[in-house]
Design a protein. Structure first.
Ligand code: NAP
Length: 484
């Protein structure tokens, strides 16, 4: 069992609290994985101070040189796939295959952002005055705070940290209380890459205890947060009126629309991938499946058969297709939503209960669940469940399907399955989301494209792509005239 320390000013340190928080394997809840520092506001302040001290030298380091230093980190990270995958599975519960997929995605995100270090300096513009050069400089912001969730503990951390430091900022990262091990391994890789002390700092601890300090401290010039809409918007409220840039990546209630002309096998596969990968704990998971009336029954029959075949178990077993959910709180919340669905009259087609016998007896397992004949006003059609639960809605036609897809406060991802290019184009134009897919699952993404939601799914500029570095910099317009 490992004891995880904070990483502050280039050194591994204990919290001044003298306390630690224990982490357990969601597939075997009596198996303790590690203990991480239960940090205090004073620890968080020390980390922020360290980042503040490191900022002047780091921000003056040429950007390609900063990127070159991170190449060393990439080499170290790239050599540790198996170690990371096993750690993610052990503390998050997802299957080893899913953890490896997360690792590869994180590496690609990091590689793309490191590459940006040679091309994101700014822009030259023409001037109407003779002898004047106009250009737009991108400058780092200062100390930035990065807060990450447990569902993609490596990928989300890389998506924030790499562009933040490449852009010349220094940072403090607070990972989720549920997944400290992955964060510790990430900082081991940064440490091995010999980033200057104080550029990247890691503080373990509860958001409810250290959150206010890392968010509202006067040295913090930007906050990049990924997590629930409730917590994210609460934090944004605390920053109103302050000089702190915010980037919030929040919840979703993502629709998969299946039209009558779709390739049904492919659409069913998309619903299975989107609904049950990572036990449905993906911000871009498919949550609502909206199917045109003519094929609704046929689609549901195939989807149910495929769902029945999903092997649920410990994610470290290579045969497992769906792992447990990530901890007691998730387990109880998901089961509460399932209960609400039953009480509000949705038709439970499959699942709908915890798995508690045999190999499932010691973990937080929930059967993959489908509710059919769900009406749009039901709670299960409106709230983010964040678990292995698909809700099916029937649409008369394409227009009603689009209306239902948009009938949500969220706006993260959407997908449509159809062979009709005109309808696909209308869907792209008319769905109110940050990520839109045609004949692909709602969760598909690539690192060179921006990633972020609209409506209650996000605030500020999105992450990844060119926006990765854009968010972590500010513009300065320069007018330069040489004296004769
Ligand atoms: P969460 O409960 O909102 O927590 C997210 C992070 O915020 C954790 O590190 C948490 O720390 C911290 N936190 C909690 N209270 C805080 C406070 N008062 N001040 C500062 N930080 C605080 O979300 P989660 O359960 O970890 O993650 C699931 C949610 O994330 C889902 O809604 C999902 O849709 C969303 N998500 C969105 C995206 C996206 O890109 N849109 C990606 C992944 C996940 P503790 O762990 O210590 O509480």
């Amino acid at each position: 069992m490992r004891i995880l320390q904070n990483y502050v000013g280039g050194k591994w340190t204990d919290s001044t609290s003298g306390r630690r928080r224990q982490s357990f394997n969601p597939a075997r809840r009596d198996e303790m994985i590690c203990e991480a520092q239960d940090s205090t506001s004073a620890d968080a302040e020390t980390a922020l101070h360290s980042a503040h001290e490191a900022f002047p030298a780091w921000s003056r380091t040429p950007m390609p040189k900063r990127a070159a230093l991170l190449q060393e980190f990439l080499r170290n990270l790239g050599a540790r796939e198996d170690e990371f995958a096993r750690a993610i599975t052990r503390e998050n519960g997802k299957t080893l295959r899913e953890s490896r997929t997360e690792f590869v995605a994180a590496l690609k995100e990091a590689e793309f952002q490191v590459g940006q270090g040679r091309r994101s300096a700014g822009a030259i513009r023409p001037s109407e005055m003779p002898g004047v050069t106009c250009h737009l400089r991108r400058e780092p912001l200062g100390v930035v705070t990065l807060i990450t969730p447990w569902n993609f503990p490596l990928n989300v951390a890389c998506r924030k940290l790499i562009p933040a430091v490449i852009a010349g900022n220094t940072c403090v990262l607070k990972p989720s209380d549920l997944t400290p091990m992955t964060a510790a391994l990430l900082f081991e890789s940064l440490d091995a890459g010999r980033l200057p002390a104080g550029v990247a700092n890691l503080v373990f601890g509860r958001g409810s205890v250290i959150g206010d300090t890392i968010v509202t401290h006067p040295v913090v010039k930007a906050l990049s947060f990924t997590g629930s809409t409730e917590v994210g918007l609460g934090i944004a409220g605390k920053l109103a009126g302050r000089d702190t840039k915010i980037q919030l990546e929040l919840g979703g209630k993502n629709p998969l629309v299946v039209l009558a002309d779709a390739d049904l096998d492919k659409a069913v596969t998309a619903a299975i991938i989107g609904g049950f990968s990572c036990s449905g704990q993906w911000c871009t998971s498919t949550s609502r499946v909206i199917v045109e009336a003519g094929i609704y029954d046929a689609f549901l029959t195939r989807l149910t058969a495929e769902t029945k075949a999903i092997a649920v178990g410990d994610g470290s077993d290579e045969a497992t297709q769906m792992g447990p959910v990530c901890g007691r709180q998730q387990y109880e919340t998901i089961l509460k939503f399932i209960d609400v669905g039953k009480r509000e009259g949705a038709r439970l087609v499959i699942g709908g209960s915890p798995l508690t016998e045999g190999a499932h007896a010691h973990g937080w397992f929930i059967a993959p669940t489908i509710f059919a004949d769900v009406s749009p006003e039901m709670v299960i059609a409106r709230e983010e469940i964040f678990g292995p639960v698909l809700v099916m809605l029937k649409a008369r036609d394409f227009d009603e399907a689009v209306r239902l897809a948009n009938d949500t406060v969220y706006g993260l991802a959407s997908s449509i399955y159809t062979r009709d290019l005109a309808k696909a184009q209308r869907f792209i134009a008319e769905t109110d989301v940050g990520l839109c897919h045609v004949n692909m699952p709602t969760a598909y993404k690539e690192p060179q494209l921006e990633f972020g939601g609209v409506k209650e799914s996000g605030r500020g500029s999105p992450e990844a792509g060119e926006s990765g570095i854009e968010f972590f910099t500010r513009h300065k317009a320069v007018y330069l005239k040489e004296q004769a």
